[in-house]
Design a protein around this ligand. Structure first.
Ligand code: SF4
Ligand code: SF4
Length: 353
């Protein structure tokens, strides 16, 4: 990686080689790259080996995964800038600092400009590469909306890529910035979005369908709550008041799932396993544009949840539970009455002969 060659699929429609220039030099922890290595649907290996029918050849340049270093690694960045890697997808990981307020230093950079001997800042790389990119992906909540480095009172002026380039920005191929938030991004959401864009660039998929926050709609159309395996316990007013509950809803412990667009409870974290509230951890809204400030303190019940939890707990929740349990024990947890031995057929079936 760094430069990993992806072999073309068997039914390649258009012979393109798509490059992925993956910047991790925003303000971030590289967590999205690390998480992506555990993707399974599709896996990084699937993409590298080109096992998906029809996919074009792809080459990924990622500093976290690269074998190369120094100038050998940086060459792809210069080639992309000179238009030698066409088409390429620019992936941005980490929030974008504001270099206009960096004092006498810089906030984030990669490589050295041979003409000045100075670091090439992350802002400058975005300015150089974004206009040449066929598609631009903001990966992780830092790159999409600013995330933790962009909290109130931060000194760097950090922001997400749409704030930096403009929410109406379009790539050279006419594609809006694609935001795939998460802290880190769910691994399969990363690989699936990249695969989609590569197929789109090869003319094999329609324009990617994004919502108002530039997220792929098919990934972020539901709330975490709508897919959580504890959701029925919310409806029943059955809430955990301490950690370790094996089934109850965690909203009283601070879960923000009802107002958070995220498919992790549905998709799991790795190989379909896990998924924050499914496995006992509150959803702290890490995919959301307002994260983290609008969801703090994380471990307190949200103010706007109190009305509905009180209602569920003291009115319809106990009623629902009582009637459902009664139906279950009296009707649905029992076999139909005709399943017993005897000489007479009691199932109600009447033979036609
Ligand atoms: S644990 Fe969170 S996401 Fe799950 S049902 Fe409760 S509030 Fe909704
Ligand atoms: S369920 Fe909540 S905490 Fe977990 S990944 Fe989704 S948004 Fe983040």
């Amino acid at each position: 990686m760094g430069t990993v060659e992806f072999t073309p699929g068997q039914h390649e429609k258009e012979a393109i080689t798509a490059h992925v220039i993956w910047m991790t030099t925003g303000l971030s922890c590289d967590g999205d790259s690390v998480a992506m290595t555990s993707a399974t649907s599709p896996s990084l290996e699937d993409i590298i080996l080109g096992v998906i029918p029809g996919m074009p050849k792809v080459v990924v340049h990622n500093p976290v995964l690269a074998f190369e270093n120094g100038q050998d690694f940086m060459q792809a960045w210069y080639d992309a800038e000179e238009g030698k890697l066409d088409p390429f997808v620019l992936v941005m990981e980490g929030s974008v600092p504001n270099e206009e307020i960096n004092g006498e230093g810089h906030w984030a950079a990669m490589g050295t400009d041979p003409s000045t001997g100075q670091p090439i800042t992350t802002n400058e790389w975005i300015d150089r590469l974004a206009p040449k990119a066929a598609a631009v992906v903001a990966l992780g909540t830092c790159a999409t909306y600013g995330g933790i480095p962009a909290m109130k009172n931060n000194p760097t002026g950090a922001m997400g890529l749409p704030d930096y380039l403009g929410w109406r920005w379009r790539s050279s191929a006419g594609i809006p910035i694609v935001c795939v938030p998460g802290c880190p991004t769910q691994p399969d959401n990363t690989t699936e979005t990249l695969l989609y864009l590569v197929l789109q660039l090869a003319g094999m998929a329609p324009m990617i369908d994004l919502d108002d926050a530039l997220r792929p709609k098919w990934l972020f159309g539901r709330t975490a709550h709508e897919s959580c395996n504890r959701a029925a316990f919310y409806e029943h007013g059955d809430f955990a008041t301490e950690y370790g509950s094996d089934h109850r809803c965690l909203v009283k412990l601070g879960c923000k799932g009802p107002v958070v667009k995220c498919n992790v409870p549905l998709r799991g974290w790795q190989s379909g396993i896990g998924g924050c509230p499914n496995v006992g951890g509150i959803c702290m809204a890490c995919t959301m544009p307002g994260f983290p400030d609008k969801y703090m303190p994380f471990m307190d019940e949200a103010r706007n949840a109190k009305g509905s939890t009180t209602l569920a707990r003291f009115t319809y929740g106990p009623l629902l539970r009582t009637f459902r349990n009664r139906s279950i024990s009296k009707v649905y947890d029992k076999e139909p009455g005709w399943r017993k031995p005897g000489r007479a057929l009691q199932s109600g079936y009447s033979p036609r002969w």
